[in-house]
Design a protein around this ligand. Sequence first.
Ligand code: ADP
Ligand code: ADP
Length: 232
Amino acid sequence: MIELKNISKSFKTPRGTFHALKNVSLQIPQGAIFGIIGTSGAGKSTLIRCVNLLERPDSGQVIVDDINLLELSAKELTLKRREIGMIFQHFNLLSSRTVYDNVAFSLELAGISKKEIKHRVEELLELVGLTEKRNDYPASLSGGQKQRVAIARTLANNPKVLLCDEATSALDPATTRSILNLIKNINNKLNITILLITHQMEVVRAICDTVAVISHGEVIEHGTLSEIFTSA
Ligand code: ADP
Ligand code: ADP
């Protein structure tokens, strides 16, 4: 379970202080596929980045499995972050490494044996359907394939939570559907909680069970998919 309690975040700009998040509170149950939707500039990206403290809120609490991340030491936070995977709109793969080595990278850093890494990477590549591409470089892959690599890479750490920052926004509709299906599968099979942000209603309709609508740094609506969209 993830709880965001009274999160506020402002940025200093040349024109003064800009309040990107104003007292946002949300509860994301274990196992949910939770969507945060809003227009560009609403504060979605700032909010999702607060969940793993890529962005530190000015005030409030970020509680993951009963632990307030803001109270952790740097070392404790590093460990906790392994439980919180993240994928991005532009994939952020290492271009000088093959598909295999992108997925293996964090396992190598963790000092896991070569044999164990190989087993794990092969398993993950199979899960995301990229076994045949293992020796290819990111530049030769389609957008959807790149996102599959990014998903396999983040799953390598066995996260409990997967944060998706506009993960399908750079993809065409058919590829978007296939990546959303993969995310749904991961939620189902591996019992990983999914928190996604998007500006696309189709994404929320396709996979989310719960939705929060954010506007100008505030949550203006919050409920199950049917509660939010009954009148639509
Ligand atoms: P969204 O993801 O919904 O498009 P963001 O969270 O990226 O929105 O941004 C919300 C608002 O905060 C925007 O107006 C943006 O310009 C501003 N903002 C975000 N990050 C910064 C920053 N580092 N410095 C100044 N303003 C920022
Ligand atoms: P073994 O020693 O058991 O033969 P290898 O390490 O030689 O294992 O790898 C065998 C297969 O595993 C390779 O053909 C390849 O499919 C996969 N593999 C292992 N390491 C890599 C890597 N760095 N990049 C891509 N594939 C790899």
